[in-house]
Design a protein around this ligand. Structure first.
Ligand SMILES: [Zn+2]
Ligand SMILES: [Zn+2]
Length: 329
């Protein structure tokens, strides 16, 4: 099979011919149709996350067809279309797994990071972590939902119940998906982008945001919560200034530059800062149930597998509105 392989961080991906992988008893072999390109892939490829499995096939927004099943696999059959997310394995016994927080599992494995992922014609996955996907979406438009959608949804849930005005910092794949959910739930979404990035601001308005501006600006109304998707620590104090008393700033990314020092006054009055890590399978099921009721539109730019480096570079340079997706077979 063809695969795009990371031999070592900061050296780009190499197009490589590899044998189709073998499955274990609890795995399925998947013929990959589409794989989204997530910012986390960029952090892995650029060496910003520690200890990736090397050599590595990145990619954790996989949509494909089951072509072979291990002997312990239940509820999945040849021909089924599945989604494979970032969370690839958990131990089910540690104190996090046994308290409904498998996203924090001590022995978790992650697709496209500590397990091989979907920048390839075939991949394997543990059947217990594969998702069935709603059938009102095609392969390519579904792929970005597998991480950008799921992490955005978890971040959105962490904003709490009483949110009317929601700020979103960094208007890429995750933001454009969750904006549609928030607008559908009658919330006012305020989008913050890099200074002068009028293309992203127009994109945000076209997705139903009530306001779009530069991240250094204050919105016209106080926010009840803000989600930061951009990996930029400077945004944390800016978001704290924009939220009202009791509000929360949720950092939705896996990696962020340092947060500059700020005065306690902007945190006081029970404002909170929190991060979101990974996902639980419950999040996924809830998210897919929810979006089967609305007609989410994911804005995608399609690349071939061989062009994965180009897709990553376009993401790095902020040249993509929405999400990049590799079209594989
Ligand atoms: Zn565990
Ligand atoms: Zn991701």
């Amino acid at each position: 099979m063809k695969a795009m392989v990371l031999q070592k961080p900061c050296s780009g991906l190499q197009l490589t011919e590899l044998p189709v992988p073998e499955i274990s008893d609890s795995q399925v072999l998947i013929k990959v149709h589409a794989c989204g390109v997530c910012r986390t892939d960029l952090h892995v490829v650029d060496g910003e996350l520690p200890d990736p499995h090397l050599p590595l096939i990145p990619g954790h927004e996989i949509i494909g067809e089951v072509v072979k099943t291990g002997k312990n696999v239940e509820n999945l059959n040849k021909g089924d279309i599945v989604g494979v997310p970032w969370l690839g394995y958990t131990c089910s016994v540690c104190r996090y797994c046994s308290s409904g927080r498998e996203n924090l599992c001590e022995s978790a494995k992650f697709t496209g990071y500590t397990l091989n992922g979907g920048y390839a014609e075939y991949t394997v996955a543990d059947y217990r972590y594969c998702f069935s996907i709603p059938d009102n979406y095609d392969f390519y438009h579904t792929a970005p939902l597998m991480c950008a959608g799921l992490i955005a949804y978890r971040s959105y849930r962490m904003c709490g119940e009483n949110v009317k005005n929601l700020g979103i910092y960094g208007f890429g794949a995750a933001a454009h998906i969750i904006t549609q959910v928030a607008v559908w739930q009658k919330k006012n979404v305020f989008a913050f982008t890099r200074k002068g990035d009028s293309a992203s601001q127009e994109f945000a308005l076209s997705m139903g945001c009530v306001w779009a501006g530069n991240s250094g600006e204050l919105p016209p109304e106080k926010l009840d919560a803000a989600i930061i998707f951009a990996p930029v620590g400077e945004l944390v104090p800016l978001a704290l200034r924009a939220i009202d008393k009791g509000g929360v700033v949720v950092c939705g990314g896996i990696h962020m530059s340092n947060i500059p020092e700020f005065e306690y006054r902007i945190l006081w009055e029970e404002r909170q800062i929190r991060s979101v890590a990974n996902l639980t399978r419950e999040d996924g099921m809830e998210f897919f149930r929810l979006i089967s009721q609305l007609n989410l539109k994911t804005e995608i730019k399609i690349y071939s597998l061989d062009d994965a480096n180009q897709a990553l570079d376009d993401l790095r340079k902020g040249r993509i509105n929405g999400a990049a997706v590799l079209k594989i077979i």
